[in-house]
Design a protein. Structure first.
Lengths: 319, 115
């Protein structure tokens, strides 16, 4: 995995003449992505707007986004990694087995045409969604696409960007990165950060039942996790901070209602291209903000003894 | 009814975080949005300043925020391996506080990114 070659959405608007969406349905999930940032806008170096750009969509089925695409490539479910790998080989001019490509639901000519277009463009961008990153291969698929974008820079300018779903999930990555050094799934149990997706990622911890308490804010895992994970949340003491009484609140020991981010509570949110934007709350909420409640919990925890074991306990081997 | 118009409000519904939304509110509800998409418009219109939910719940029963904060601190302090999860629909400032809490209680901290 070799890092992310990316850019801002402003650069996409002003420069990108080749736009590839992979495993996402922006027409329905990010309705203004096309019109505000990508294909429909006239950019500084794209005075023709939509006519000056090529849009390719890769997905396992025809979605609403197909209408906006110049080329639609329908991949057999779970074969994304194979397609990216074939593309990487073609980019380098290596021979690719026709039969292996056909297993992915596509033809070699289609992939060769795609690679030719990618090499011909002046500024290419790949937006990848959860259809790529949450299906068979998971983070290895994301890594493969990021590598493809990086390798394309031997021929032309090329970048990749994940299509982030929830409002400030990009901000969560940023904050965890600058505070702990890792973007998600960070274990602080030993007093220093450890990172290991698959071991310290929430779904795995919950399904295995590894945790003995949960503090949930800005999420509703009680509605989205697999059943064994939800069972764990119901078994251990769960604390929820949310503007609504959610599915998770109903199985939690403690729920605290908080004001709605961006509508009532001020602060900062990161856009999917990692540009921070200030929020402009308009309504005065009768509830405290998440920030304030977390701070109050910290103050209450501070009044208790430190969680680290005492040196004497460690020496006697009771630990 | 006085209507306040706010220019360039920021929508936090999806990862686009559009910051060019015009909002018309009457102090309690947002009654009109301009420039927002269908998802953003329903996000703004469906969140009001009304008091629709209890301040806090402990074991499903209504409680004060003070008691709920105390109960939360007790549970988290007692745990050996607590999990701090979510962070997606909150501000960066709240996320930073959550990291601080996670460090204090020796927790695993994770967001929707890991799904």
């Amino acid at each position: 995995m070799g890092g992310k070659v990316s850019c801002t959405l402003g650069e996409v608007k002003n420069r990108a003449d080749f736009i590839l969406y992979w495993g996402g349905n922006p027409a329905e999930c990010h309705p203004r992505h096309f019109t505000k940032y990508t294909i429909m806008q006239k950019g500084k170096f794209l005075p023709e707007g939509r006519k000056g750009r090529t849009m390719v969509l890769v997905d396992i089925r025809e979605t609403m986004s197909v209408k906006a695409a110049d080329i639609f490539l329908q991949v057999r479910p779970g074969k994304d990694f194979e397609v990216v790998t074939a593309l990487r080989a073609l980019v380098k001019g290596n021979r690719v087995d026709t039969a292996l490509v056909e297993e992915t639901g596509l033809k070699l000519e289609q992939l060769q045409d795609l690679v030719d277009r990618m090499k011909r463009c002046k500024f290419g961008v790949i937006f990848f969604g959860m259809g790529l990153s949450m299906t068979r291969g998971k983070h290895m698929n994301s890594a493969a696409v990021l590598t493809l974008a990086a390798e394309m820079n031997a021929f032309t300018k090329f970048v990749a960007m994940p299509m982030r779903g929830h409002g400030n999930v990009a901000g969560a990555d940023m904050v965890l990165r600058w505070t702990t050094g890792y973007p998600f799934g960070v274990n602080l149990c030993r007093g220093f950060p450890r990172f290991n997706p698959g071991e310290f990622s929430t779904v795995d911890l919950l399904v295995r039942g590894d945790i003995d308490a949960a503090f949930v804010l800005g999420a509703d895992p009680g509605a989205t996790m697999p059943q064994p994970g939800i069972d764990t949340l119901a078994r251990v003491p769960t604390i929820v901070l949310d503007p609504k009484v959610t599915h998770t609140s109903k199985l939690a020991r403690v729920h605290i209602t908080t004001s709605v981010t961006g509508i009532s509570s001020p602060g900062t949110a990161y856009r999917m291209d990692e540009v921070p934007l200030p929020l402009r709350p308009v309504l005065k909420s009768p509830y405290p903000s998440d920030e304030e409640v977390v701070r109050r919990i910290i103050a209450a925890v501070d009044k208790k003894s430190a969680w680290l074991p005492k040196p004497a306990t460690m020496a006697s081997g009771v630990m | 009814m006085t209507v306040t118009i706010t220019q360039n409000a920021t929508c936090t519904f999806c990862g686009c975080v559009c910051d060019d939304i015009e909002l018309h509110d009457d102090g309690v509800k947002i009654i009109k949005t301009k420039a927002a998409c269908s998802l953003g418009a329903s996000w703004f219109v469906n969140h009001t300043a009304e008091k629709l939910y209890p301040d806090a719940l402990i074991d499903g029963k209504e409680a004060s925020v003070d008691d709920a904060v105390e109960a939360a601190a007790e549970y988290l302090h007692r745990a050996n391996m607590p999990l701090v999860y979510g962070l997606s629909n909150v501000t960066c400032e709240a996320q930073r506080e959550a990291v601080s809490l996670a460090e204090k209680i020796g927790a695993v901290i994770d967001s929707h990114t890991s799904l």
